[in-house]
Design a binder for this molecule. Structure first.
Ligand SMILES: [Zn+2]
Length: 264
């Protein structure tokens, strides 16, 4: 939390890393507040697949895009199927799924780009938003890491994709981890906690059956050579903070906040 500003711009509340303030890279994690959706989607629900009224999601997305000064036609989204597939967004793909979920990039949970002014935007309610930025080669990405994506090491895969394309060093990558469910609220069954324990050597496992998914994603990146000081985590539990965030574990039927990264 100390490494992030909490700001509001044109009615959109968001967290943004302080060290990116003067960079040509925009990173934001939105809250659930100040949108137009009702009831369990109250109120800035940004995802279509939740069962919310489509018109309200469109209004919320337009508000988001306008507040941050991007073009509607460049809002780029993924299908988000809890896979570990990451895609380098081409010029033709920029703008996919921005206002029609059916056109979002299929079977994809990670978006990467070197194109300017293309806000890569994924949606979350407990799963871990992992943003990666290579300032030197000017490339950025965002991953959606739930327990499946975390187990399949989507963070690691995204890092390899980003650095492989430009032959850049892992030590030059900056990582920002947004709001996600904390180990305080994320107890899983024994077979799953055992599987994580085996695969990640007990990292991120608390009180035997509680998982810290953000910690496990961080571990994957450090293992490959990302510097620990270059990974900034917001460390706010989505389930504990109903005033700020949607949480699927807490509310089941609910909305989604967004994680966004864009090169400017
Ligand atoms: Zn919690």
């Amino acid at each position: 939390m100390k490494n992030f500003y909490f700001l509001e711009k044109d009615g959109i509340e968001y967290f943004t890393p302080k060290i990116m303030e003067n960079e040509r890279v925009f990173v934001a994690f939105t809250t659930r507040n100040k949108g137009v959706s009702k009831d369990c989607y109250d109120s800035l629900n940004l995802a279509f697949h939740t069962g919310d009224e489509r018109e309200n999601v469109i209004k919320n997305r337009l508000k988001l895009i306008e507040a941050f000064g991007f073009k509607e036609s460049f809002l780029t989204c993924a299908e988000q199927v809890h896979s570990s597939r990451c895609v380098f967004v081409s010029e033709e793909q920029a703008g996919s799924g921005g206002f029609d979920h059916r056109e979002s990039l299929k079977n994809t949970d990670g978006l990467i780009t070197n194109l300017k002014n293309v806000p890569l935007t994924l949606f979350f309610a407990d799963c871990v938003p992992v943003v990666m930025v290579d300032k030197h080669n000017f490339v950025a990405g965002i991953a959606h890491a739930g327990w499946k994506g975390t187990y399949e090491e989507i963070s690691k895969k995204m890092l390899v994709e980003i650095t492989g394309e430009y032959n850049s060093a892992f030590s030059e990558i900056s990582v920002f981890i947004g709001p996600s469910i904390g180990s305080c609220c994320y107890e899983v069954d024994e077979s799953l906690s055992d599987a994580f324990k085996r695969k990640f050597k007990g990292v991120g496992l608390k009180n035997k059956r509680n998982l810290d998914l953000a910690e496990i994603n961080k571990y994957q990146l450090i293992e490959l050579g990302v510097l620990e000081e270059n990974i900034l985590s917001l460390d706010i539990c989505t389930s504990c903070n109903s005033d700020l965030f949607f949480s699927h574990r807490r509310d089941k039927k609910t909305g989604r906040q967004a994680g966004i990264v864009a090169l400017l």
